[in-house]
Design a protein around this ligand. Structure first.
Ligand code: ATR
Length: 288
């Protein structure tokens, strides 16, 4: 049953530079509807110069919490009172919880990636080898997730080698049986690393709806049937990378499950309610 907005309604929402095309309002309001909760999730489009005031506004207006999206996941940290350990090590916050005026930052992308890989990719991370394309905020969360679950080897390829270096530095020391290699795209190692890998993650923005005919991996011969290809992009649902990987017999997964699972985890931090991932994902798939 739909709960009407009342004086008791708790406000949650999304802060980003451009929130118009975000699926987060849809995901959260579907959870609210399904579980008849007295919450309301709103998009807040905020200019960079207003970010500090917007965060202060969370306290002033007694907003329960917000998600933080592009391009503020890193910049927002300076305005918070506390940052949970994984978010601090990754250097990015995607969720803020307001407890009586104390703002704490979390990164639920870590658990979102892990859960989607396990549930939708049926993938066991321990002792596997992964190649990650990209070294931005999303790549950092993915790398952290994989290390936490005992991956054996991660090879990060990025256009700007310096950023890949930084991930390695910031996330060390690694668990004893894990290692990270870093490469620029120009290096020839990509072929060898993909050949040995069980998982390939695209954490670059190449292939998004604005550039449908682009792929971060033009050589189709590199895919193989033992590879799970995970594109963090969810719009389009099937990027050129995923189409080519599927054509070569690799398993594929897009970014929607991760988006839904990170949302469920954020919602849990605000409300204490853990929504059923598979059901919510199916609902979102049907609507979008
Ligand atoms: P996010 O928060 O989604 O990770 P980001 O931090 O801006 O976003 O990172 C975007 C990633 O896509 C980066 O790894 C970026 O490479 P650089 O570090 O060299 O900038 C990568 N990327 C974006 N456009 C690219 C392109 N045309 N070719 C290769 N990599 C690209």
């Amino acid at each position: 049953m739909k709960k009407e907005i009342s004086g008791k309604t708790k406000i949650i929402g999304l802060i980003g530079e451009n929130t118009e095309n975000s699926l987060s309002p849809l995901i959260h309001n579907q959870i609210i509807l399904k579980y008849s909760l007295n919450f309301c999730y709103l998009p807040f489009q905020v200019a960079e110069t207003d970010l500090g005031e917007a965060i202060q506004g969370i306290r002033a207006l007694n907003v329960r919490g917000v998600n933080i999206t592009f391009p503020y996941k890193e910049k927002v940290i300076e305005f918070l009172d506390e940052v949970e350990e994984s978010a601090r090590r990754i250097g990015a916050v995607n969720t803020i919880v307001n407890n009586k005026g104390i703002l704490t930052g979390y990164n639920t992308d870590v658990i979102g990636f892990k859960k989607s890989l396990q549930d939708n990719g049926k993938f066991v991370i321990k002792e596997k080898k992964a190649v990650i394309l990209g070294a931005g905020g999303a790549a950092r969360a993915v790398t952290y997730s994989l290390l936490e679950e005992g991956i054996e080897e991660i090879s990060i390829f990025n256009r700007t080698l310096e950023k890949a270096k930084k991930i390695k530095q910031n996330l060390s020391p690694f668990p004893p049986k894990s290692s990270i290699n870093i490469f620029s795209f120009e290096q020839n190692d990509l072929k060898d690393k993909i050949k040995e890998a069980n998982l390939l993650v695209n954490a670059t923005s190449v292939g998004m709806a604005s550039q449908l005919n682009n792929t971060p991996l033009p050589d189709e011969k590199l895919f193989h049937p033992n590879l799970l290809v995970y594109d963090l992009i969810y719009h389009p649902a099937k990027t050129l990378l995923l189409k080519q990987a599927e054509g070569a017999g690799a398993k594929i997964i897009n970014g929607l499950p991760m988006l839904v699972y990170q949302g469920i985890e954020s919602f849990y931090l605000w409300s204490g309610l853990k929504a059923e991932g598979k059901e919510i994902l199916e609902m979102i798939r049907q609507i979008t």
